[in-house]
Write a protein that binds this ligand. Structure first.
Ligand code: VG1
Ligand code: CO
Length: 539
């Protein structure tokens, strides 16, 4: 039976990019999730006769949210829901299944790299039929709906069993529970040289992959261990847990420190990688060696010809404005376009759809290609393995060869967390007003050659986005300031700093960028305004 349940709007239904990302206790409030889902359905003109893909990273509250969404989809006249077994789908696999089935939309239940559990975060990311997250125009429309919602539609029915593969009906809606891995694995086998990677593992190459107790565990066990022959146990923390075992499933030097420590020890294997909660981020480590994500994008681009799936050539590349300029130098050499877009993967999608780019990446441990419309953690790991198999070189050798060819871009991101949102907004708007006055001035020996707010006009839909403030110095150094759009605890100011070196490759990045951090702090008056004399997090 379908019932219409009266509800009232929440005053603060904060919308993250392309969905919601909130503390679990917020989402657990009566009708909160229902309000969002019905608002989404209303904002896109209803979902009658549509096909959607549904799944998540298995975090706390996923089970409850899945059942609510299924019952609401059926009540709203949806034709079919394709759901990963036990409600599991990584973000990249979801994008692939959406595209492969020509579905109308997709919902990924995840707060990505944010912690899970009852005291952690929960989220919903909405993808359109393009396979990528919806635009800010649609997000705004959904948000408008959340402010005026008065009722939602729900099917009154017992919970659906999502453990068995196959089809079932719920009223007039078909539910197909699918193997969440099979199609994704096939896609990877089409792109990469699996035989070469099998040989690499068979030769005794030592590899670990840390799934951080999140969604990629089963994907990694299947692909790396069962298909490619990495020894059993190569995948660490392989079983998804609702609270990620208490981990912060963000694969970086801070939250995956256990892996960094392993790779710094004498027992280090040849290669290590980690993914985030929903499987779209990646970190790459060699023995006693870390590859910065900005370098990783540049190195993969430089090695595109080693990968069967890109043998016919690539279109351009793109990076977020906050990401280092390393990939731009590769693009110049390859004579392909290099686009700079605002932070957020959705900004790459039109460029991929229009064949302007093949590869893209963000400094926040995100790399991907036009095989889907999300960043892809396992894809990045396979890409590295394929290069290693092809060249016979180690992670460090590949990276050093890259630096020798293009120079090294020292790069770090500094986060100032939990700032009062109005303080953060004022800091940014005041800084923006002062930008032009910096030009021609010298700070601690660094001369500013230009400074401006980053404004992007999408070449396909013409949408204009302002995201971040940029300060350039003579010699290629650069500072980028922006506020996080995904935090759930006050505002986070992110300061991204890079410096370019043609031949000096062995400095410690923290030392190398120390003075520029001081300059960044002075220009934005970070200490005076926030009380913080050092960043909370450096990655
Ligand atoms: C952060 C990253 C950004 C990434 C976004 C979503 O956003 O900086 O590069 O696209 O998270 O990542 P922000 O606004 O907090 O800086 V996730 O792995 O949702 O998939
Ligand atoms: Co993610």
């Amino acid at each position: 039976m379908i019932v219409s349940i009266p509800t009232t709007p929440y005053e603060n239904q904060k919308m993250g990019t392309a969905g919601i990302r909130q503390k679990v206790h917020v989402v657990e409030q009566k009708n909160y999730l229902e309000n969002f889902v019905q608002s989404l359905f209303n904002a896109i003109g209803g979902v009658k006769d549509q096909v959607f893909v549904l799944g998540g990273d298995g975090r706390y509250y996923n089970d409850i949210a899945l059942q609510k969404i299924i019952k609401m989809a059926a009540a709203n006249g949806m034709k079919k829901l394709i759901i990963g077994q036990n409600g599991m789908l990584s973000t990249p696999a979801s994008s692939h299944i959406l595209l492969k089935n020509h579905a109308d939309g997709g919902l990924v239940l995840s707060a990505s790299h944010n912690p899970g559990g009852p005291h952690g975060d929960f989220g919903i990311k909405y993808a359109t039929k393009s396979g990528g997250q919806c635009s800010s125009v649609i997000s705004a429309r959904i948000y408008e709906q959340t402010k005026m919602i008065s009722s939602y539609q729900m099917m009154q029915t017992p919970d659906i069993d999502l453990s068995k593969l196959g089809r079932q009906m719920l009223g007039n809606m078909e539910i197909e529970v699918i193997d969440p891995i099979k199609d994704y694995e096939k896609l990877m086998a089409q792109i990469f040289d699996f035989d070469a990677i099998k040989k690499l593992f068979a030769s005794g190459f030592r590899f670990v992959f840390d799934a951080m107790n999140a969604v990629t565990g089963p994907y990694a066990v299947r692909i790396f261990e069962e298909v490619l022959g990495a020894p059993k146990g190569s995948v660490l923390q392989a079983v998804p847990m609702p609270d990620f075992g208490g981990l912060h499933p963000d694969p970086n030097l801070v939250y995956a420190k256990h892996l960094v420590d392993l790779m710094a020890s004498d027992e280090a294997p040849d290669f290590a990688a980690a993914n985030d909660g929903d499987g779209d981020r990646n970190m790459i480590l060699g023995r006693k060696f870390f590859v910065s994500p900005s370098d990783s994008l540049a190195i993969l681009t430089d090695h595109y010809h080693d990968i069967p799936g890109y043998q016919n050539g690539i279109f351009g590349v793109a990076k977020s404005a906050a990401t280092s300029t390393a990939v731009c130098r590769v693009a110049q050499k390859l004579k392909i376009d290099c686009y700079e877009v605002p932070t957020g993967w959705k900004n790459f999608c039109n460029l991929m759809d229009s064949n302007r780019i093949t590869f893209c990446g963000e400094e926040s441990f995100g790399t991907g290609s036009s095989h889907i419309r999300e960043k892809d953690g396992i894809w990045a790991v396979l890409f590295w393995l394929n290069i290693i198999a092809k060249t016979g070189q180690s992670v460090e050798q590949i990276t050093r060869e890259f630096w020798a060819k293009y120079g090294r871009t020292y790069y770090l991101r500094f986060d100032f967390d939990a700032i009062d949102p109005s303080t953060a907004d004022l800091l940014m708007s005041d800084l923006e007003k002062k930008l032009s006055s910096f030009v021609g001035q010298s700070y601690e020996g660094y001369n500013v050659c230009s400074a401006y707010p980053f404004i992007y006009k999408d070449p396909v839909d013409g949408l204009q986005t302002k995201n971040g403030l940029l300060v350039y110095f003579d010699g290629g150094a650069r500072i980028c300031y922006r506020l996080s759009g995904t935090g759930t605890n006050g505002a986070t100011l992110r300061v991204y700093i890079e410096a370019y070196e043609k031949e000096n490759f062995d400095e410690d990045p923290v030392q190398k960028l120390k003075t520029l951090l001081l300059v960044a702090s002075q220009l934005a008056q970070i200490k005076e305004r926030t009380g913080k004399d050092k960043p909370d997090l450096t990655t």
